[in-house]
Design a protein around this ligand. Structure first.
Ligand code: BGC
Length: 793
């Protein structure tokens, strides 16, 4: 940190302390950017006391896109950021608060790569998408990615990253699932916390989003999620709660949708009572862009406890509501204090120098490693993979040319380039050039351009090449000349729209199925293997075709290094250790929310209005395991090129009887029983007794990943389950409780716990972990809970 910055922060602290204004100053003098919110809050309070109402309202009211739209006191602008927090400039009184720059997003910092009149480029690393990172089940890896991502935020002069996305993958068709981590809240929370801690270690902020219930994109600005408080607390809020608890992000972004009839950003119970009251969040809360009834009733968002309205331009509106007595200046002061508490930690406020030259080469290496290590090997019959480096490959499918680095919309990143799967394979294996050139030509002649939305770049899609005479001949000849076939299948999706359950999206299209059939029969006839690579935004059908091929690698979208990362895994340079963070169902119809997604059109305008969360807490594997529904691949599942044994599952300590602060510590020994080195992600699922509350058959309560284990090597893993994580939510008493009785914990390679020997423990009396706000998030008056939650036992 530059010495001037340090001096500035220290001298401000001293002068405020002298003036008797500093509240709870325990600043670490050696590093003024250390997270000490009491110190920054003290400074913010003192500053707010000096500001006029007009200046305070400028802070609350985000300006439009781009500094040209009137952002106040922008210093060192960064073109392409998604928004600003206005600054304040009153030179005569020595007040000079620069505007903060806020940029998307979950797969890396999204800024313009080029600037007018500037020959330099400002590319950022496109990291693996959230769903892929979560599939690593590796908090250390995700934190390392966060550190590097945050370094780009910092070096490019951005103050707050608008990420990570932490909504729950309730339904496979959510177009934005790629930005999110999992169908499970514990995994979401732990991975989210690791990302926040990694990014923020650079002295920049993160924004966990979209709080909460933004689990679909169709009519996202109006959709009304209807569900019971227990459903929301246990599934949709818990990940956010864990991230707040373990990482205290600088900011939270509220969502577009309504919950039980009211916009989340107008819900005091959500924004103030839960977030700040129960969870002790002390950062700033901002709206999603143009969210809610911002045009008419922005004051309701402030009353609910939201601090910043983006990009609202709502200053005059708020002023009027104050004049009419509907908004108290004290609320404005509190919001301004929340905002300035974060502003005062920021690089812009502290005038930190920016390099504009992060180490993109080192970051590309880490992106490639993170991508490869997180990919999920779904199928590997007769050890079809890995392919030896000398294997000659026949590479099929348009997606090898049109490889997707990430999803579309604000979660996109302006990276310098993307390595396609065709390029990645060609860099590692001898490939059949005639085939690659066939696909390159087909792509050039058939690609379709889609305009970018939400400020993001446009993108191309291309239908699969049908089996023509030419392609048939190429398949026949490749089956004789090449040693193995790789078929790449891709799916693009993104912000602003959901996917469809039809052919070509959730289901494979006819041409894709025909390609799998033709290649499999030609190669199998020669005794050769066929491997499918899925470069997809989210879940697609696998049940219909998986038995036709020998190997399936779920690559998701691994960012700019996708092609190399795929080749690393196919060649065995990286032994895959990813496991599914979302279930792969037997069919779309078997998804518990298939009947309600994306909602009911109640006013006949062709758009859904009400979205019933009628499966309640039975989301993903909680549903499939409890109701004994077959899946194509279970949550937590993933193969390796080696094998592992799980032995000596045991309870290392149990302080649960001590009450709400107690915990249970389990251990197990994981041994690499195969022939190559590898890592294993072990998971703990708990079956809990049912006293007052029904529960899913199993729930994930802890997980851990081994280091790279050499063949024959072992590692003892330790899993800590705090009472708060073991607890369920009791609506009748508004409490999180651990019910008494006998529990079984399965330390297991996946949510299929059938091969694990459970460890049992008993809780002798009910533990009340916490009391919560009575009636928070209640169903609208008169709505019968049994008409809402219809999936019950
Ligand atoms: C998205 C947010 C994003 C914001 C700014 C909104 O449309 O929902 O996730 O951070 O735009 O780009």
């Amino acid at each position: 940190m530059p010495i001037t910055t340090k001096l500035k922060a220290v001298s401000l602290g001293v002068s405020l302390a002298l003036a008797g204004l500093l509240v709870g100053c325990n600043q670490n003098d050696s590093d003024p950017l250390v997270k000490d919110d009491a110190y920054y809050r003290g400074q913010a309070e003192a500053m707010v006391a000096r500001l006029t109402l007009s200046e305070k309202l400028d802070l609350l009211s985000g300006p439009g896109y781009g500094s040209a739209n009137g952002a106040i006191n922008v210093k060192q602008d960064v073109p392409g950021v998604a928004g600003y927090i206005n600054g304040v400039l009153r030179s005569a009184d020595g007040i000079d608060i620069p505007a903060l720059k806020l940029a998307d997003g979950p797969a890396g910092v999204r800024i313009n790569a080029n600037r007018d009149g500037d020959s330099a480029s400002y590319y950022a690393t496109a990291w693996p998408i959230g769903s892929l990172l979560a599939s690593s089940w590796d908090v250390k890896l995700v934190k390392a990615v966060g550190e590097a991502m945050g370094d780009e935020v910092r070096q490019y002069g951005v103050d707050i990253l608008l990420a990570p996305g932490m909504n729950i993958q309730r339904n496979p068709l959510n177009g934005r699932n790629f930005e999110y981590y999992s169908e499970d809240p514990l995994l979401t929370g732990k991975i989210g916390a690791a990302m926040v801690n990694g990014v923020e270690s650079n002295g920049v902020g993160t924004t966990i989003k979209h709080y909460f219930g933004n689990n679909s994109e169709t009519n996202r600005n109006q959709i009304n999620d209807i569900g019971e408080p227990r459903t929301f607390r246990e599934i949709y809020l818990r990940g956010f709660q864990i991230a707040v608890d373990e990482a205290q992000p600088w900011a939270v972004m509220t969502s577009y949708n309504k919950v039980n009839g009211t916009y989340v950003n107008e819900r005091k119970d959500a924004v103030t009572d839960l977030l700040r009251g129960e969870w002790k969040f002390d950062g700033l809360v901002m709206s999603d862009w143009f969210a809610g009834d911002v045009a008419n009733n922005a004051y309701k968002q402030v009353l609910a406890g939201q601090d910043l309205i983006e990009p609202g331009n709502v200053k005059e509106q708020l002023q009027q509501f104050i004049e009419q007595g509907q908004l108290d200046e004290a609320k404005v002061n509190e919001a301004a204090i929340h905002i300035l508490t974060q502003v005062m930690k920021s690089p812009s406020y502290n005038l930190l120098a920016i390099s504009n030259s992060p180490d993109l080469t080192a970051h590309a290496k880490l992106a490639r490693q993170a991508g490869a290590e997180s990919m999920v090997l779904l199928r590997n019959e007769a050890a079809a993979l890995p392919l030896s480096a000398s294997s000659t490959l026949a590479s099929f499918g348009i997606n090898q040319i049109n490889t997707y680095k990430g999803g579309t919309g604000s979660g996109d990143v302006n990276a310098a380039s993307t390595t396609t799967i065709a390029q990645g394979l060609a860099a590692r294996f001898p490939v059949n050039e005639a085939l690659q050139s066939y696909y390159r030509d087909f792509y050039e002649n058939n690609k379709v351009y889609h305009e970018g939305q939400f400020g993001a770049k446009g993108y191309y899609t291309c239908a699969e090449a049908p089996i023509s005479g030419d392609l048939e001949a190429l398949i026949a000849s490749a089956a004789t000349t090449q040693q193995a076939a790789v078929i790449s299948i891709g799916r693009q999706a993104g912000e602003g729209a959901d996917r469809s359950s039809d052919k070509g999206d959730y289901l494979l299209g006819d041409d894709e199925l025909a390609l799998i059939d033709a290649v499999s029969s030609a190669f199998h006839a020669q005794g050769k293997k066929v491997v499918v690579v899925l470069n997809v935004n989210g879940v697609i059908d696998t049940a219909q075709w998986r038995d036709k091929v020998d190997g399936i690698l779920l690559a998701y979208m691994a960012g700019q290094e996708t092609g190399h990362a795929v080749a690393d895994v196919l060649s065995g340079a990286v032994n895959p250790s990813g496991k599914l963070a979302q279930s792969f169902p037997q069919s779309y119809a078997s998804v518990p929310s298939a009947g309600t997604f994306p909602g009911e059109d109640t006013d006949g305008d062709g758009e859904p209005d009400d979205l019933y969360y009628n499966e309640g807490i039975y989301v993903g594997y909680r549903y499939y395991s409890t109701f004994e529904q077959a899946v194509s691949y279970p949550f937590g599942f993933g193969l390796s090129y080696t094998s592992f044994s799980y032995t000596s599952p045991a309870i290392a300590s149990n302080t649960l009887e001590g009450g709400s602060a107690g915990n249970l510590v389990l251990t197990a020994t994981i041994t690499n029983t195969g022939a190559v080195a590898g890592k294993e992600a072990a998971q703990v699922y708990v079956t809990a007794p049912e006293v007052k509350l029904k529960k899913p058959l199993i729930e994930l309560k802890a997980f851990a990943k081994t280091a790279q284990l050499a063949p024959g090597a072992s590692e003892q893993l330790s899993f800590t389950i705090p009472a708060s994580i073991l607890a369920s939510f009791d609506e009748a008493s508004n409490q999180w409780i651990v019910e008494p009785g006998r529990y079984s914990a399965y330390i297991s390679p996946s949510s299929d716990v059938s091969s694990s020997t459970p460890v049992s423990f008993t809780v002798s009396k009910e533990i009340v972990v916490s009391n919560t706000t009575p009636g928070a998030l209640a169903l609208p008056a008169g709505v019968d809970p049994t008409s809402v939650t219809t999936v019950t036992r």
